[in-house]
Structure formats: C-alpha cells, structure tokens
Design a protein. Structure first.
Length: 279
C-alpha cells in the first residue's frame, strides 16, 4: 500500500470513528466535508443555517448546491443528509466484484464511496428515505455510470429509491429565488429585528406592495418603508425575504427570478395567520 493510500485509509477510518455519516437533522455530520484536503478549493458551504436541518451543509459542486436549495423549498422534504457513505466498505467491494468493475480506489486500495443526498420525505404513509445523486449530463461518462451502478444495487438491496438528477431536473428560476432569500429564513441573522418589530412592520410593508401592484422596483418600496418606520436600511428587504422564505407571503417562485431592481407582486398565503416567527 502506498503512502497516499495509507493516509486516505487512515483519514476515512478516522471519519467513521468521529461519527461522520451518522445522525439525523442538526446532529448529522457529512462523511466528506467542503474543507477536507483538496476538496477545500472546490467544495461549497451553504454559509447559512439549513432550513430543514439547522446546520451548515457541505456540497461538493455547484449542481449539488442548487439541488440543496431546491430541496430546502420542498415542504415534503423533512431532512437532508449530504455526502452519505456507502458502508461497510466490504459491501460495495462485493458489489463491484459481482459486476466485474473496478471499485473506487487510491493506488489499488479501495476507498469508501458516498452518494450526494439521502432525503427524508414526509408522505401520507409516513416518513421514507430516498437517495439522489447529482451529475450534469455531460459528466455521465462510462466510468461514472459504472460507479452509479454500484450505488443503485447497494441501495436497491436496502429497498431505497435511488436515481440520478441531471441539471434539466433542477428548476433554475426557483433555485435562484431560494438562494436570494436563504439567509433570511431565521430572524436571528438580523440582530436589529425581533418578533415584535416584525409583526409591527410586516403588515405595513405588505400594504405597500399591494397598493403598488407591481409597478415599482421592490428595493425602492422597501427602502421607502425603511424610512417611514425609521428602520436601518435593508430591514424591509430582509422582512420581505423572511416572509417569502417562511411562505407567509407567496410570489411566482417558478416563473420569475426575483430581482431587487424590478417590481414584485406578492400575496398572502393560506398559512399567513399562524404565528410569524418559526421556532
């Protein structure tokens, strides 16, 4: 075994001992993380507290991050666990041997495989997990498809739904809008704002948008309302993002990219009467 292979094997054994790839929700620790070794320059941290999990997420490509934002928006997704390990290692080695293909390795030493997302869904029959691996169509090489076949069989034996998500299955407009409001999901990210102030200002801001009827750029309306309520600049834009992120207000998320220099039409959703601040 080469020095490089020994180091990788030691790292992965250490990851397992530290509990990576285990837990649920906020307690889950991705097996591969964006700051690990050479991944650091390519990995993508969300930089905001996850909507479903309350923790920072580690994605390893732009396409993975886009799919993460998509899953954050879907009400049926209740947990997102990225970089899920296919353990034990011996199982994927066995599957690769049965298929007659080479298992992922470093200098001939097999390494732990991971899949991009293990999602927990809320269904009418209760919760169930599904597996989603993200890959642009142009990168679906013969070798990549071989490795995906190992994944497919591994999860099929666990009776878990598995499929490949290509870029055409990720709604670009929705993703851009979720990314725009991602940091505003929780009030704690805006220290100058609290539940009481949110309650006092949000109704006035909503009326401003209703009276405007999509004629004025949203940033103008928000800054104007900041001035009327003697608020720090940007507060009303944050409130708009917060109310949309928590689905108290709604807009055409799939049809129009929200741009602050353009008008925006919003409506109240049917959940708008519940308590505004989410625990």
């Amino acid at each position: 075994m080469s020095k490089r292979a020994r180091r990788k094997e030691s790292l992965q054994n250490n990851y397992i001992k530290k509990g990576r790839g285990q837990g649920e929700g906020v307690e889950y620790s991705p097996f591969i993380q964006a700051h690990d070794n050479k991944i650091a320059s390519e990995g993508w941290l969300t930089r905001h507290k996850g909507w479903k999990t309350g923790r920072i997420h580690h994605t390893l490509s732009e396409h993975e991050r886009k799919y993460l934002y998509y899953c954050e928006w879907l009400d049926g997704v209740v947990d997102i666990r990225e970089q899920w390990p296919l353990l034990p290692l011996e199982k994927t080695i066995e599957i690769a041997e049965q298929l007659g293909i080479k298992h992922p390795h470093i200098d001939g030493t097999p390494v732990v495989m991971t899949t991009d997302f293990r999602l927990t869904l809320r269904t009418s029959e209760g919760k169930r997990d599904v597996i989603r691996t993200i890959k642009p169509q142009e990168k679906l090489s013969d070798r990549t498809l071989e490795l995906f076949e190992i994944e497919r069989i591994y999860f099929a034996e666990q009776e878990l739904d598995w499929c490949i998500i290509t870029e055409d299955k990720i709604p670009e407009t929705l993703v851009k809008n979720v990314q725009w409001m991602a940091d505003a999901k929780y009030l704690e990210t805006r220290p100058s704002l609290n539940d009481e102030l949110l309650s006092l200002v949000s109704e006035g801001l909503f009326e401003v948008f209703m009276n405007d009827a999509g004629q004025t750029p949203l940033v103008n309306l928000c800054l104007r309302t900041d001035g009327q309520f003697y608020l720090e600049k940007g507060t009303c834009t944050f409130i708009l993002q917060h109310m949309l992120a928590n689905k108290f207000w709604i807009t055409e998320m799939h049809k129009q990219i929200i741009r602050e220099r353009e008008p925006l039409v919003i409506y109240k959703s049917d959940i708008s009467q519940r308590q505004i601040h989410l625990a």
